[in-house]
Design a protein around this ligand. Structure first.
Ligand code: V47
Length: 363
């Protein structure tokens, strides 16, 4: 039986020969406590791909409603219609947020919501059209795979039809939310009504086949095991081999307040950095690893730039999902804040667009 150090050394050799590591090796890395060596290896992969660049986007999140037909146990965001704390934006509310964002130069909106029980499909189409009308060049990244599946069931259309109609109305790409953890037992316990993992994977596969790019997430730090995390990442790596549509992978650190797993507490810094580093080493077919500062905290995201992450997401401007669960980061960062976080890490800030093309390089 090899020690985790021996497995790590094997992984080092594989990485220098540009060989893919196995899931068993990734699992052993979770038991490897030499965080600095692990970080150095992830950093080597990161610098081979991205040299000294760290990417960010000037974006605005718009959580259009938290009214949700289901209740997931890890979620503190969802409310029933009329319940205290519930909210829903009109199309005008959404457009006015877009207009505010345009004043500070956003190039993307990231728009998601709960499974709204009464909106018509036209509401979503009209929203996309209204946004494109005031901002034709703005990239609309919207609706998680879970929402797409919900639309498909509710409006009795195939997922392809849903995606095509949304695309024609202005949808540009899909965010990675809703993946949670794929393991069937854990999934039943944390988000049973969302259905099995293959729903999320199938929807992204369909979206990729239609030419959409998307991202992939993993919600960690609740009741899952290291094995569950590795299996989750393996399913994403396998799909990426087939479809190639994932632009980035984002480990999402669980925020516990007001959820049914409050007693689990926040994730630790060691776990956050280890998870990012292992993801960077594991995904030889996904170009970017994102440190989402809203969930991990700004300080951890800054350090993450030396543990495999090359993307700090963006300015965000408004956020509810994490903050209703006790999120401790601010709800927005100015570009100047992001530049400072990047420069202090010895990296070069690169403003990117939604498809990772360089908008401006600040070297
Ligand atoms: O789908 C919900 C997760 C996701 C909690 O695609 C929670 O670039 C932590 O997916 N603690 C939404 N996480 C956020 C998301 C995202 C964020 C930034 C960038 C991108 C991207 C995607 O947040 C949800 C769910 O998986 N979530 N509740 C919680 N208490």
């Amino acid at each position: 039986m090899q020690t985790s150090r021996q497995i790590f050394e094997n992984v080092q050799k594989k990485i220098s020969q540009k060989e893919r590591i196995t899931s068993d090796e990734a699992l052993a890395l979770f038991d490897f406590n030499d965080l600095i060596s692990l970080g150095k290896l992830a950093n080597q992969v990161r610098e081979t791909l991205h040299s000294n660049k760290t990417y960010y986007i000037v974006n605005r999140h718009i959580d259009y409603s938290n009214i949700c037909a289901i209740k997931c146990k890890f979620c503190a965001f969802a409310r029933k219609k009329g319940e205290e704390g519930s909210f829903e934006f009109t199309i005008d509310d959404i457009v006015s947020r877009v207009l505010q964002g345009l004043k500070v130069g956003i190039t993307e909106i990231h728009m998601v919501g709960g499974f709204h029980p009464t909106h018509s499909f036209d509401f979503y189409l009209e929203t996309l059209r209204a946004v494109k009308k005031v901002a034709p060049k703005l990239h609309i990244k919207a609706f998680t795979a879970a929402e797409i599946r919900y639309f498909s069931k509710k409006f009795r259309k195939t997922e392809e039809k849903v995606l095509e109609e949304l695309k024609n109305a202005g949808l540009d790409s899909l965010p990675g939310g809703g993946a949670e953890i794929f393991d069937p037992e854990i999934r039943k316990k944390i988000c049973g009504p969302k259905g099995p993992a293959h729903y999320w994977l199938d929807t992204h596969k369909r979206a990729h086949a239609l030419g959409f790019k998307s991202t992939a997430t993993m919600l960690y730090g609740h009741i899952e095991t290291a094995q569950n995390r590795v299996n989750h990442m393996e399913a994403i790596r396998n799909l990426q081999d087939e479809s190639g549509g994932f632009m980035c992978f984002i480990p999402l650190a669980f925020n516990p307040k007001g959820t049914e797993f409050e007693s689990k507490g926040y994730t630790s810094g060691i776990d956050d950095l280890k998870t990012l580093a292992i993801a960077r080493i594991f995904f030889d077919n996904i170009k970017h690893i994102k440190a989402y500062w809203i969930m991990s905290g700004v300080e951890m995201a800054q350090l993450a730039q030396h543990f495999g992450a090359d993307d700090l997401h963006g300015t965000v401007m408004e956020e509810n999902i994490t903050h209703m669960a006790g999120g401790r980061a601010p709800v927005m960062l100015l570009e100047a804040n992001l530049h400072r976080l990047i420069r202090e890490a010895g990296r070069i800030p690169i403003q990117r667009d939604s498809l990772y093309n360089t908008v401006r390089s600040f070297n």
